[in-house]
Design a protein around this ligand. Structure first.
Ligand SMILES: [Zn+2]
Length: 225
């Protein structure tokens, strides 16, 4: 039994409608677990998944865990009050283990059903805190989650002409409201939707952003009870 003291009430009666995926950035998952339960750390998450696929619940889902920090997604600025946080044991450079991915694919549908979280609101820490956070990082298999209906993927048929104002507008519509700096947003977008790609913005980045905005515009209304 491992419970974290690093939590509180969700503010303004909010209920979770976002799921945020993280990596621990620590090689030893039990050290990460103990850190998330140490009040000096002032961080936590609802769940931690070990490389062996063990799911440890650290905070009750109706409580506000401390995992998102500064950032935003769509109209949500207090992401902790509106989300469930899942820490995946990973050092940031290695592949995610098969048992960990299997456990995540078992856990996610339950949480999504319990709180009516749609696939487009299963996001990475890097999505809500671009420029500040990169987890769950370039090795995380977002495509696998998308195939299982637990995240989104887009597949634009053609590149677009590069149009920076349209690119920024599309990203804001798709939820990327924490920054307006293209040098910050472009790497964040690629971590999710064009993994491993580098170099200056091109027409495929713009096409991906446009399709995200067209198919998955974020709801901006508050969700409180
Ligand atoms: Zn994180």
């Amino acid at each position: 039994m491992h419970r974290s003291p690093n939590c509180g009430a969700r503010r303004n009666g909010a209920t979770p409608d976002i799921i945020v995926l993280h990596y621990t950035a620590m090689p030893d998952w039990t050290a990460a677990r103990d850190w998330l339960c140490n009040e000096d750390a002032e961080v936590s998450a609802h769940y931690l998944i070990s490389p062996q696929g063990e799911v440890v619940q650290l905070v009750d889902e109706d409580k506000r865990a401390w995992h998102a920090g500064a950032g935003a997604w769509g109209g949500v600025e207090d992401v902790n009050s509106r989300s469930i946080g899942i820490e995946l044991s990973n050092d940031g450079a290695s592949p995610f283990s098969a048992p960990l991915m299997d456990a995540l694919e078992t856990l996610l549908p339950d949480i999504m059903a319990r709180w009516s979280v749609p696939p487009e609101r299963v996001i990475g820490h890097s999505d809500l805190a671009p420029g500040r956070k990169v987890d769950p990082g370039p090795r995380f298999d977002w495509a696998r989650l998308a195939r299982g209906g637990m995240a989104i993927a887009v597949d634009p048929p053609d590149a677009r002409t590069v149009d920076l104002p349209a690119f920024l507008s599309d990203l804001a519509t798709a939820g990327y409201t924490a920054s307006t700096d293209p040098d910050v947003l472009l790497p964040a977008l690629r971590l999710r939707h064009r993994q491993g790609h580098e170099g200056p913005i091109d027409g495929w980045d713009c096409a991906i952003a446009a399709q995200l905005a067209a198919r998955f515009p974020v709801a901006l209304e508050a969700r409180t009870s």
